[in-house]
Design a protein around this ligand. Structure first.
Ligand code: A2P
Length: 419
């Protein structure tokens, strides 16, 4: 008769602050703007999150994939979460609520089964790239080392890879792990913990950098890897700004040691099957994963049936294009190189998307081959331009871009890493 009102249970979505590397991917991906951040943490607003899961596959660390059953009225607020240094322990639910959580009482509809069926549709709607790796990618290790358990690497090389007289101070930095395990794949990234504390006295968070070297080391057979780091002296608006981690890295000397976490990333990975083609589109330091994949392929020449490599690389000038010299030495029958220079004196301004249109016939031919995977890395602004260019190339031949785009995402053949 007077039965107690059923207690509403929420499967609350939370981000683990100990693993999160503050890369902003989740906030960018969330289709309903439920994710927000302050200088310390990324958090999920329980009033907005609908459990669509769109943010889960793109997260490079998996820190996004944390859930707690809570009484809805007692859900952790955004303010609660912003103060956390670690996730709270799971709290036992009141008896009524526990029954509800087990199916006695329906969970709020969207959270009822935040499972895989929803994931694919939500991700397709929210992100331009794939949420799965190519079918033949090797299985990556992730999160072997965390903020609490970093690994120490030794700097064995640090040199500038852009013209000394240019504004773009980009460094190639080689880190060695000695006999400590640090298995990586091309396309993965690592986190660097810069020493010191932020304005509030808290240790700096890790900064994420893509690997520029292949899985078997910057030097084949060595337990080392390389990064491509641009010294940050301005913010996106052009105002003076001092990049804490980029300046720290660019100033490192040989034999200095660095605290590293990771590796991260389980989707932006290269295919491993014979005849797999790569279309690589990048600007500036976005060339790091392209260098890694190119070098992996180069080392396989003569031992495996490698497919075609096509590179679109954007930079202001040749002298500001990292790795210009070594890149130009690669055999033309191994890689099809297209440089888009935007500020080269005496030349018209060109972006990578302009060159994709100029090479339409070739790009179309590769897109028609299901062995082709596309990788885009660099400036966020390039994302829309590249998608438009790919669409134009496909539409010109009378095909339906939306069908191909869906297939590229579903089959793990189109990947973005932009910032
Ligand atoms: P721009 O000369 O217009 O800045 P950066 O040197 O800043 O890292 O940029 C790398 C290259 O990417 C530059 O040539 C830059 O041109 C170019 N770029 C800037 N915005 C875009 C965009 N929306 N799409 C493609 N390329 C871009």
């Amino acid at each position: 008769m007077n039965a107690p009102l059923p207690v509403e249970v929420l499967k609350q979505h939370l981000i683990d602050p100990e693993i999160c590397i503050r890369c902003n991917t989740c906030e960018e991906t969330c289709p309903v703007d439920a994710i927000t951040h302050d200088a310390n943490s990324y958090v999920v607003d329980p009033e907005i999150c609908n459990g669509c899961m769109a943010c889960v596959p793109p997260c490079p660390t998996g820190s996004i994939d944390n859930w707690r059953l809570v009484v809805r009225a007692e859900a952790y607020s955004v303010q609660d979460q912003l103060g956390w240094e670690e996730l709270p322990q799971e709290k036992p639910l009141p008896v009524d609520a526990a029954a509800a959580g087990e199916g006695g009482q329906p969970m709020p509809a969207p959270q009822a089964e935040a499972g895989l069926a929803q994931t694919a549709a939500a991700v397709t709607a929210a992100t331009p790239g794939a949420a799965v790796p190519p079918w033949s990618a090797a299985h990556p290790y992730v999160n072997l080392y965390t903020h609490k358990t970093p690994i120490t690497a030794t700097v064995v090389g640090n040199y500038r890879v852009t013209g000394a007289d240019t504004e773009s101070d980009i460094h190639h930095i080689v880190l060695d792990f000695g006999e400590q395990p640090f298995p990586v794949l091309e396309g993965q990234s690592i986190g660097i913990l810069p020493p010191g504390v932020d304005a509030l006295g808290r240790p700096h968070h890790a900064r994420q950098y893509s690997l520029a070297s292949p899985r078997d080391g910057e030097r084949a057979g060595y337990n080392n890897l390389s990064l491509t780091v641009k010294r940050v002296t301005q913010d996106h608006g052009g105002a003076a700004a001092h990049g804490v981690c980029s300046n720290y890295l660019c100033d490192l000397a040989k034999n200095d040691t660095v605290q590293v976490i990771g590796p991260f990333g389980h989707t932006f990975l290269m295919p491993n099957h014979p005849q797999a083609n790569l279309i690589m589109i990048c600007t500036g330091t976005g060339s790091a994963p392209m260098r890694a994949m190119t070098e992996r392929s180069r080392r396989l020449i003569g031992t495996a049936d490698i497919g075609k490599l096509m590179l679109f690389f954007g930079a202001r000038t040749e002298r500001e294009l990292p790795y210009f010299g070594p890149l130009m030495k690669l055999p033309r029958d191994f890689i099809d190189i297209n440089l888009a220079l935007s500020r080269e004196p005496g030349q018209p301004k060109r972006y990578v998307q302009d060159l994709i249109r100029e090479r339409a016939a070739h790009v179309r031919g590769l897109l028609a081959d299901r062995n082709t995977c596309i990788y885009v890395c660099g400036l966020k602004g390039m994302e829309v331009g590249v998608l438009d260019a790919l669409r134009d190339v496909v539409v010109q031949s009378g095909e339906d871009w939306s069908i191909l785009h869906d297939a590229l995402r579903r089959e793990g053949r189109l990947h973005f890493e932009t910032y």
